[in-house]
Every structure is written in structure tokens, then in C-alpha cells.
Design a protein around this ligand. Structure first.
Ligand SMILES: [Zn+2]
Length: 336
């Protein structure tokens, strides 16, 4: 992570950078905090991508690092697409076979401003034949954490839905500018009226829930087809990166480990009516359904016994917050 800053306010703390990465990882695991839209037709395509980012723990020379390079700039970064792509000019990239380089900086928030760009291993930007590979992100844009997930999709070989050939993403002709807020009007959008075989020959609406569309905090999912495409792409192009010791995730992987929790116990599992949760500390918790909708939210002192009998049968996630960290565990609800 290359943090470029000019004004003092543009310098970000390690905690802010970690929060950005955590948000991305939650999105990749299908646990987005933005759950404003939910439609059954698309919720069934929800996928846990099982890919996460973590800060590098070893640099190119084998030295320990926190994975964050800070560059104090002499002046503000000009706002233009080319500069956006060449933010690497302010801070040298690390070996792109072993690291994903992400340059973050403040380029202003007017409507003409570029928010994020990315290129992948097969598609270096034409203006930079030496291979710009990585992501640049303008922290002044709205929802930069959502935009980072979108750009990571590009880095992992995905295209916008109006270009892609993945069967479970509906066709789209939508090439409008990014929209910051999730508006109910977007649910009506149907910019491509093709009848699609995947849905049994009907014309389905735009998938505004998808990170590869442009709907800010409507975005909350990738599909199973996109997951398969990303995994294929990683195996074809980023093997060194995933096998590299420098990418060993330490703290972050503990935070996001699904299923395995250290301080949290739940029972019974599967549950029919009352779920008992015990923790060694006071905690707040949420129960999310498989499409990441929060269905129960509560504060507690160490132990709770919560009625889940009204939930439909299926898989749920219990997310417990304690001392700025959280743990996630999965449980199954079934009828008696
Ligand atoms: Zn894009």
C-alpha cells in the first residue's frame, strides 16, 4: 500500500488503512455492511470469493515491513486520468509478480474526478507499455472502500457487466457515471432487454448489487460465475503472489477467519429456536443471512440466549464485535 500525501490531513493512520482493507475483505467474503438492496433472483448467486487482501509482511529485500509505504509529496496530486494511472511515479512499485501495489492519495472530490483505476497482468494500460499493474485509488471520492473492491475485481480479471461474458451476470448497457447513494429507483433499471438463457429466456433487470456495476453502496456481491473467473485468473497469472511468503496474512486472517473462533462459543448448532452465545468479553452482535442482510442486531454482556425461531431455515453468520475487532462464525437454522 503506497500512501501519497501532501497536506497533513491526507496522511492516514495505519488503523484507517487497515479499516479500508478489512472492508474490502468483508466485501470479498460476501459480508458487506451495505445491505440496502436485496432481490431473491440475484441473492441466490451470491458467492464468498475466498480471496482476501493483506498487508505485506516482508518487503522485496526480505526485510520485515508493515506493508505501508508513506510518501510526503511537495504539492497536491493533479486530478487527471493519466496521473491516476501513474501514481506509481510518486512511489516505486514493488515486484508486481509478488505484490499487488495499491497507490492511495487525495485528488479532490469534484464530479469530474477519477476515483479509481486498475489494470491486471494481461492488460497493462496502453499509455504505460512497461506494465502498469496494480490499483490507484482517490480517497477523496465517495465510498473509496467500495471502489477499491470494484478495482480489485478488475485486477482479478473481471470486466464491467456491460462487457463481460460471464453467464450468471445479466447483460447491461449501463455505462453511466458512478452513483454514490443506493436509490430505490435503480431497482427499476433494465438497460439491456435481451432475453437471457441463464434465466430461462426472460429479460432480467440490471444487477445493481454487483461490484462490477457502478452503484456505490448498492454494490454488495460478486456472483458464483465471477468467483470462478477470478480464481481461474489468479491461478493463471498470480501464482507467485499467492505462494509468496511476503503475502502471509497475519492479523487480518485471524479477524476474518470464518468458522473458527477463539473467544466465542455458540450452541446448539444446528439450532431450531434459541441460540446461545458465550464470549469471554462483553460484545455486540449481528446475525446475517446468506445474502448479508442483518436479521438480528443486539448488545450483550458476555452471554445471550436469542430467539431465532422466526428465521427461515438456512445458513446464517453470527458477527460479534468486541474491542474494535470482530469474529464471525457460521450456524445453521433448521425446523424442529
Ligand atoms: Zn471499472
Amino acid at each position: 500500500m503506497h500512501l501519497l500525501h501532501h497536506e497533513a490531513s491526507e496522511n492516514r493512520t495505519n488503523e484507517e488503512i487497515l479499516a479500508l482493507i478489512e472492508h474490502v475483505n468483508e466485501g470479498m467474503r460476501g459480508l458487506s455492511k451495505y445491505n440496502t438492496v436485496s432481490r431473491e433472483i440475484y441473492d441466490t448467486l451470491w458467492a464468498d470469493i475466498e480471496i482476501q487482501l493483506c498487508l505485506a509482511s516482508t518487503d522485496e529485500f526480505g526485510q520485515a515491513t508493515d506493508g505501508i509505504v508513506r510518501k510526503q509529496l511537495a504539492g497536491p496530486i493533479p486530478d487527471s486520468e493519466l496521473v491516476m494511472f501513474d501514481m506509481r511515479g510518486y512511489s516505486d512499485r514493488w515486484d508486481t509478480d509478488k505484490y499487488l501495489n495499491i497507490w492511495i492519495g487525495s485528488l479532490g472530490d469534484n464530479t469530474e474526478t477519477y476515483c479509481g483505476v486498475a489494470t491486471d497482468a494481461t492488460n497493462p494500460h496502453s499509455s504505460f507499455p512497461n506494465g502498469y499493474i496494480g490499483i490507484s485509488l482517490n480517497l477523496d471520492c465517495y465510498n473509496p472502500e467500495q471502489i477499491l473492491i470494484h478495482e480489485l475485481g478488475h485486477f482479478l480479471g473481471l470486466d464491467h457487466l456491460y462487457f463481460d461474458s460471464i453467464v450468471d451476470t445479466p447483460c447491461s448497457n449501463n455505462a453511466i457515471n458512478p452513483e454514490p447513494e443506493c436509490n430505490a429507483i435503480f431497482l427499476e433499471l433494465n438497460t439491456c432487454t435481451d432475453l437471457e438463457d441463464y434465466w430461462g429466456g426472460i429479460d432480467v433487470p440490471d444487477m445493481i448489487e454487483n461490484y462490477m456495476e457502478y452503484y456505490g453502496n448498492c454494490s454488495k456481491m460478486f456472483t458464483k460465475g465471477q468467483k470462478a473467473a477470478m480464481h481461474q485468473f489468479v491461478e493463471a497469472h498470480y501464482t507467485e503472489m499467492i505462494e509468496s511468503e511476503s503475502s502471509e496474512c497475519s492479523a487480518l486472517s485471524d479477524i476474518l477467519e470464518v468458522n473458527e473462533t477463539k473467544t466465542l462459543r455458540i450452541f446448539p448448532n444446528p439450532v431450531t429456536d434459541h441460540l446461545v452465545v458465550h464470549s469471554v468479553k462483553d460484545f455486540d452482535f449481528e446475525i446475517l443471512d446468506i445474502s448479508s442482510r442483518v436479521v438480528i442486531k443486539c448488545s450483550s454482556k458476555r452471554g445471550i440466549n436469542t430467539n431465532v425461531s422466526h428465521l427461515l431455515n438456512g445458513i446464517y453468520f453470527l458477527r460479534v464485535f468486541s474491542e474494535k475487532k470482530y469474529e464471525i462464525t457460521r450456524f445453521i437454522k433448521c425446523s424442529s
